[in-house]
Each structure stands twice: as structure tokens, then as C-alpha cells.
Ligand binder design. Sequence first.
Ligand code: SAH
Length: 397
Amino acid sequence: MQSPLPIINLKKGKEKSLERFHPWIFSGAIHPVPQEVKEGDFVEIQTQDKRFIGIGYFQVGSIAVRMLTFQKEEINQDFWKRKLQSSIELRKTANLWNNTETNVFRLVHGEGDGFPGLIVDYYDGCVVFQAHTVGMYQIKEVFLEALKDLLGEQLKSVYDKSNHTLPFKAELETTDAFIYGEEKEEWLVKEYGNTFNINVVTGQKTGFFIDQRENRKLLEHYSKGKKVCNTFCYSGGFSIFALQAGAELVHSVDSSQGAMDLTDQNVKLNFPDAQNHQSFTADVFNFLNEMPEQYDVIVLDPPAFAKHRKVLKNGLQGYRTINEKAMKNMKSGGVLFTFSCSQVVNQEQFRTVIFSAAARAGRQVQILHQLHQPADHPINIFHPEGEYLKGLVLRVV
Ligand code: SAH
């Protein structure tokens, strides 16, 4: 039996959102935390009048507790194994498990999978573990055991890449390292049959922007015989799908030389003789002012321009600027794939920004698709904040 957990009491009436299973408790909602409780410790949550609400872990900051369960249960090896099993089941449901065409997907998506603060990505047997909180960092060993149990021989390697995502004030002094299996940095993975070289150690995030898989697939539909420009291209994901579809030409743009090298490498892997792809190491804001071609299709997939609510206004302006420039200069009847991955920008705000960009560009714009994150990035219905990726496919006349 687990020894009783320290108790954190909610202030009067602050249990409402928890009774609707929202997984966060803000610091203003709780009474002072018992002294022995350290960051990352499991705690039991009770109402002011000592009614059980659930179990979570404590965190220093404005989110004071992230909830793990609303049932009275032990947080032991079996608990984590059951949770991971449920994540695996979702990937089976989404036809991502043992899929011969696609062997890269997100295995654990934070709150969406009931692991608040944890990201785990799967690259053909190489698993990247990325904790964003001390609480999740502390389950690393038990999580690894659960992975070994449930994946068996399928598990080739595990890389812990939490050093830059853990709160720096926690002073955990971690280093990124392989914690199981092969110490191999580069993995050749497949997404809808296209090959990508992923470096889990040096790559951005865990190595690849897995969340755009279905949107890249949709780009195929619009690319045949077209002039396509993929901006903020990173490893060239959208470019490869456009080439696959038979685009007349594909231009890829990113300000990072490393990203352009990766793109060139991935283009070569899939289309060794391609003459119709060109890379541009450039700032997209400048590139869109003087585009070398009038494109039929443009992809705008920038990094999060607004990472916090404080910079929301500037972020929205950034989205408006690039969309206005792209719309102004693209071919009449062309198609624009435009995205925002800022968590603090909601669907409506994004659409309003696009509306304003279209008005300023003086173009007629029709919405063809409304896009979002794929099934392996699930949104917990009780945690709408988990919906971060928004996209629109627009016809620009
Ligand atoms: N679309 C990509 C992911 C984009 S990530 C995919 O499908 O994989 C965002 C990219 O934007 C990063 O590679 C970063 O280097 C690049 N970037 C950020 N600011 C930029 C700017 N002002 N101009 C050009 N590229 C930029």
C-alpha cells in the first residue's frame, strides 16, 4: 500500500472546474501547500470541507497542480502502465500502430492523453521522452519500464530530451541522453510512404513536426502540376508531399541553414533526380515581398508567433503580415495553406486575422478546409486549451 499522500485543500468553491475534470489547478485556488511538499510530488486534492477530488502533482508556478486522476487509486507502476496502454490503444484506433506507410507518430500528447506535461514521440522504434514538468520528469524510470513491457522488441531506443523543456528554476541539472537501447541519433522514418531522416538529438522539438502529417497529405491534393512554395519549411515535409503529387516546381524557404540542409537531404532521399525543387535560406517576411515566382499554392507554417498571452497582439500582427503578403502576391485562383500553432490564439482569433489580411490584400478569399491537429495529438474535451494547431485552406481570387 502507498503511504497517504500530502493533502492540498482547495479554497471554498474552487472545485467547480475540477468536477468537470479540468486537469489544472491555479495557485490562487488553493490554501498554502504543506511544507514537506516539493515540486513534482504527488498530492491528494480535497475541497475546503475535506471531500476527495482527485490526485495530481504539485508544481511551482501559476499552474500549481496538474491532475492525474479523479479516482481514489494508487499511483504505482500499474497505474502508469494502464495509462500508456490507453495511449497505445488510441494509436491503434487511429491506424497508426504497425502501419507500414507511416511509422512516426506522437505516442503521448500531454493532457490529451492523461499525462499532463509529458510528450512522447515514436520514430520507428526510437522513442523520445520529453518532460515539460518536474512531476513528469520524475516518472521517467517507471515510464521506461512500462514502455519496455508494452512495446517489447518493438522498442529499439529511448532518448530523454527534457533538458530544455523542464522549468529552469527547478534546477534539476539534467542532461539529454539515451536511457535505453541503441544510442543512434539518426532514424529513417516513413510518413505516408515518404522517407524522412530524423535526428532526435539535434533536430528541433523531438526531431520532426509530426502534427502536420494529415495536412501535408491534403497538400498533395492541390499540388499536381502547380507551382508550390513551402515557407517555414524546417525539414521539408510539405515540399516532399507536393513533389510526390507531381508539382511543376517546389520552392522551400526557411531562415535556418540547418533546416535547408535537412530539406535538401530529404528531397534527395525521396527524389534523387528532382530538378524541380529549389531551396532558399531566407527570412520569410522578406521572401514574400520579392517572390521569385507567382505561386499557385503557398504554405505558411510559422513557429508560434505568440507564445504567451502577453505577446498575443504582436503575434496576431505577425500572422496578419505574412498572410497579407502571401495573398497579395499569389496567383488568382491559387490556394493558401495557412497555420498557427500558438496555443493562446484560438480558432476565432485566427480566422479574424485572416479576414483582416484578406481585406488589406484586397483579395476575394474562400475557405475550403478548416484544419487542426491529428488524432495522435488528441484534445481532452475537458481541457480545450489542448487545441493548439489551427489551419485554413483558402482559395484566393
Ligand atoms: N512546416 C514545418 C515546420 C515549421 S517549424 C514542417 O512541416 O515540418 C518553423 C520553422 O520556421 C523553423 O524551421 C524555423 O527555422 C523557421 N523560421 C522561424 N522564423 C522564420 C523566419 N522569419 N523566416 C524563415 N523561417 C523562419
